[in-house]
Design a protein around this ligand. Structure first.
Ligand code: SF4
Length: 169
C-alpha cells in the first residue's frame, strides 16, 4: 500500500538495485530503502546516467576540487582517461534539482564516495583510491536547495529527518 501524503525522498538509483554504476553494477538494496519504495515515497535517480553518460563508463573524479567548485566553474570532473565530463555531471545535478522541486523533497539518500552523490567524502582526483572530505556535484547542488543529504550508511539519520518533516502534498 502506498501513501501519497508521505514525504518523498530522493535516492541514488544504484542503492535501489539498479546496475547504473560506472562499472555496470548496483550498490546493494538496503531493507529500509525497499520499505520506502513499498510505501511509494522513493524518487530514484542516477545523476550521471540522467546527465547523459553511458553504463558502464570510465570512473571519474574531481581533481583539485569538490562538487561546489564544479558548480561554480572552478573545477572539472575528469574521467580516468582525461575526458571532461563536467557538463554531464552538471546536467545530472540539475535533473536532481528538478525532481526535488517537483516532489517537494527535503531529504535525500545518496551513495557515499561518488563524485556525484557523495555527501562526506570523495576521491581526491588521483584515481589512487584516496578519499578526502567533500561532496559530489549533485549533493552540493541539493544542499544549496536546503535538502538534507545522507548516505547509505546514515539511513537511521535519514529516517529521523523524514519523521521530522510535515506530511506533503
Ligand atoms: S553513485 Fe550516484 S551517479 Fe554513481 S551510479 Fe550511483 S546514483 Fe549513479
Amino acid at each position: 500500500m502506498t501513501r501519497s501524503d508521505l514525504p518523498k525522498v530522493l535516492v541514488s538509483a544504484c542503492l535501489l538495485g539498479q546496475p547504473v554504476r560506472y562499472d555496470g553494477r548496483a550498490s546493494g538494496h538496503p531493507d529500509l530503502l525497499q520499505q520506502w519504495q513499498a510505501e511509494g515515497r522513493v524518487v530514484p535517480l542516477c545523476p550521471e546516467v540522467a546527465g547523459g553518460l553511458p553504463t558502464p563508463r570510465p570512473p571519474a573524479e574531481i581533481p583539485g576540487g569538490q562538487g561546489a567548485q564544479v558548480l561554480d566553474g572552478g573545477a572539472q570532473v575528469l574521467t580516468v582517461n582525461g575526458e571532461d565530463v563536467t557538463p554531464q555531471f552538471l546536467a545530472g545535478a540539475q535533473q536532481a534539482l528538478a525532481l526535488v522541486r517537483r516532489h517537494g523533497i527535503r531529504v535525500a539518500v545518496l551513495k557515499a564516495g561518488s563524485p556525484s552523490c557523495g555527501n562526506r567524502l570523495t576521491y581526491d582526483g588521483t584515481f589512487s583510491g584516496v578519499k578526502v572530505p567533500g561532496e559530489g556535484v549533485t549533493t552540493a547542488l541539493l544542499r544549496r536547495e536546503g535538502v538534507q543529504v545522507f548516505s547509505e550508511g546514515e539511513l537511521e539519520q535519514a529516517q529521523q529527518a523524514l519523521a521530522r518533516l510535515p506530511a506533503w502534498p
